[in-house]
Design a protein around this ligand. Structure first.
Ligand code: NAD
Length: 250
């Protein structure tokens, strides 16, 4: 019989994080739904419960270590050691490079990159003690292809890919795999906000319409990639970046 596992998903209250929470719960995991937006996390955890799964909503800003520690402790108390982690929470910003101020640069790095470092450090001992762990870092297509007016965001996401590779090397012998899913243009509240505010250099349809698969991606398609990386079957896969982007570049 498969061991019961506990997963923590950051940014679990919306978009891809929400889809990942539902998917991992359906795959039999107990899920800590962590979000800075407490009511959003609570809504997702309640929906998982109604569907017959196990989930606990926890509120934390991933860039604040004591909040993350308190949230992780709540999840451990409810479900046991956290051996699956999806580092998904992030914020974005569209600003011409010369106008990116230091506060904005620091905030993006602090949430998107330092946040993943803090959350990973907070739960890693659970995995190394178990001799088994799965970490998935959500990067972004912009880290691989570049993106206009997103130098700070893409730099933070490039950091996620580099950290993935370094941690994979460091942790492989301890039974912990570390991989990255790099989403393309996925329909979520984040991308919807950007589309509605006309923040892309050309209309959104011109971007995704030119991909080999000419449509927006769905959050569930990112969740499926996460589900593979955290599965038992992916035990020999580490340090990889899976681009789920409709073939945006080939
Ligand atoms: P989203 O905005 O819909 O959801 C992000 C969630 O993270 C929100 O619930 C938000 O409250 C939470 N969050 C933000 N800051 C936080 C913090 N400091 N602490 C805890 N939680 C915090 O975004 P999404 O589109 O689902 O994005 C998910 C991931 O995918 C992000 O890492 C994003 O950068 C990445 N991504 C998105 C796209 C896209 O097209 N939507 C493309 C490439 C990469």
């Amino acid at each position: 019989m498969a061991t019961l596992k506990t997963a923590l998903v950051t940014g679990g209250g919306s978009g891809m994080g929400e889809a990942a929470c539902h998917r991992l719960a359906r795959d039999g995991m107990a899920v800590g739904v962590l979000d800075i937006d407490g009511p959003a996390a609570a809504r997702v955890a309640a929906a998982i419960g109604e569907a017959g799964g196990r989930a606990l909503a926890v509120t934390a800003d991933i860039s604040v270590r004591r909040q993350v520690k308190a949230a992780a402790d709540q999840v451990r108390l409810a479900f046991g050691p956290i051996t699956v982690l999806i580092n998904n929470a992030a914020i974005e910003s569209f600003t011409a490079f010369e106008d990116i101020d230091e506060d904005s640069w620091d905030r993006l790095m602090s949430v998107n990159l330092k946040g993943a470092y803090i959350v990973t450090q907070t739960v890693l001992a659970d995995m190394t003690t178990a001799g088994w762990g799965r970490i998935v870092n959500i990067s972004a297509i912009g880290a691989q292809s570049g993106a206009t007016h997103m130098a700070h965001y893409t730099a933070s996401k490039g950091g996620m890919i580099a950290m993935t590779k370094s941690l994979a090397i460091e942790l492989g012998a301890q039974g912990v795999t570390v991989n990255s899913v790099s989403p393309g243009f996925i329909l979520t509240p984040m991308s919807r906000r950007a589309i509605e505010a006309n923040l892309f250099p050309v209309p959104a349809e011109q971007i995704y319409g030119g991909y080999p698969i000419p449509r927006l991606g769905q959050p569930e398609e990112i969740a499926a990639a996460c589900a593979y990386f955290v599965s038992e079957e992916a035990g020999y896969v580490t340090g990889q970046v899976l681009a789920v982007n409709g073939g945006a570049y080939v």
